[in-house]
Design a protein around this ligand. Structure first.
Ligand code: CTP
Length: 395
């Protein structure tokens, strides 16, 4: 993880208490955070809180008589790799949209040299106010990234749009802002997780798969600027923000969902551990255990990836191979059999359920070993590799 310098502006909304958690997440990820608060933000949370969390002095005032050089903190905009304002009040956004610089935070924003992300937080009427919506449109035109807002119960007790995104989600957007936009404008379809083949009303046959690698690839593709659709078997993971998730159970459901989406896709990344068989003699009702021997008749499931590669105009396809032995030999044979421009090979012993992994990418040029790392880091490398090959193929 590369350490970055983040300038965090906190303006005066009740959501400012959540910014303390945001600081904790950003510093935990290894980033340096410098907090600047508006005067009204200090009515909600004391600067000491942020000072303790960042280990850095918190700036509030523009004119600090104690300092020899009152302009010193303006240089913070030059120090920062990224400027984030969370929460961003309607007042702060209005000033930003109109170039008004009448306190330290708005002056820093006007003098910024780095990308600016803002997380609006306000009551639903204030959000829906035409002046506010006009300001938001102007900020988008000016290249400011607007994060959220979310809908839900508000501090005032009303329900509606205007809540600040949760700190975890803002932190994901911050990481995404640092990633190169290699897939901007592209559509990526991903399958992830296991499939579950019903035996009866309560039982089924499945493959062990946590979905972590597929979800990491979905996140990496979203970070790279793609519109991501994730067709997911049953897993206990949250989809990355900005990804559309379609939940499926069986391999046949997964195939149907993929068929409905694939025409639109520029990339198809097949990470799902699809069950090879489904149960022919499924029972609608729960089977009682009075039978001595229960025989299941299994029939082969469709190969979803092979279905996609066999299409007349397939998207750029990436497959996965999980092997327990002869990894590279079996994986390369699979790549050729499935006619894949790119295949990621990993050993089942090291891959399933773990947070990190070790994979080898196989393409027409040969083997590219990605040493052991977290699944997100591997996913980012895989996405970058696929984007490069896709470009080569197009040119
Ligand atoms: N795959 C698929 N549909 C299936 C089976 C697999 O889309 N019914 C995809 C997986 O998502 C993965 C790749 O195909 O990208 C794995 O290839 P496969 O030959 O099916 O792997 P194994 O099931 O491990 O095959 P084998 O038992 O022959 O090793």
């Amino acid at each position: 993880m590369i350490q970055r310098k983040i300038l965090l502006g906190v303006s005066g909304g009740i959501a400012s208490y959540k910014s303390a958690e945001l600081v904790r997440l950003l510093t935990k990820a290894g980033h340096e955070v410098q907090v600047v608060m508006t005067r009204s933000a200090t009515e909600f949370v004391g600067p000491v809180t942020f000072q303790a969390l960042t280990g850095r002095e918190v700036f509030v005032e523009m004119w600090d008589k104690q300092r020899g050089d009152s302009m010193a903190h303006i240089s913070l905009t030059r120090w920062a790799d990224l400027f984030l304002v969370a929460p961003a009040t309607a007042n702060f956004l209005a000033k930003l949209a109109n170039g008004i610089a009448d306190d330290l935070l708005s002056t820093l924003a006007a003098a910024r040299e780095c990308p600016l992300l803002v997380a609006p937080a306000m009551n639903k009427q204030m959000w829906a106010n035409p002046a506010n919506l006009r300001n938001i449109e102007q900020l988008k035109v000016d290249g400011v990234t607007i994060l959220g807002p979310a809908a839900g119960v508000q501090a005032c007790g009303e329900v509606g749009e205007g809540r600040m995104l949760e700190p975890e989600e803002i932190a994901l957007h911050v990481e995404a802002a640092f990633q190169p936009k290699l897939l901007a404008g592209k559509k990526v379809l991903i399958t992830a997780g296991p499939t579950f083949e019903r035996i009866d009303a309560v039982r089924g046959v499945t493959n062990p798969s946590s979905g972590k690698m597929g979800y990491a690839i979905a996140r990496a593709a979203w970070e790279a600027g793609a519109a991501v659709t994730l067709v997911s078997g049953p897993v206990s993971l949250e989809p990355p923000p900005g990804c559309r998730r379609i939940d499926v159970l069986s391999a046949q459901d997964m195939l149907n969902a993929v068929n409905a989406e694939v025409d639109e896709a520029d990339f198809f990344i097949s990470v799902a551990a699809v069950a090879d068989y489904y149960v022919l003699n499924q029972s609608e009702q729960k089977i009682k255990k009075d039978a001595h021997i229960l025989t299941l008749e299994l029939a082969p499931n469709p190969d979803i990836l092979a279905n996609v590669t066999a299409r007349p105009n397939p998207p750029f396809c990436v497959g996965f191979a999980a092997e327990s032995e002869n990894l590279l030999e079996y994986a390369e044979a699979k790549r050729r059999r499935k006619q894949l421009p790119l295949l990621a090979a990993n050993l089942v012993q090291t891959a399933i359920g773990a947070d990190d992994n070790e994979i080898t990418l196989l393409d027409d040029a040969g083997q590219h070993r990605l040493p052991r790392a977290g699944k997100l880091e591997l996913a980012r490398k895989l996405v970058a590799h696929a984007a490069r090959l896709y470009l080569q193929k197009k040119n």
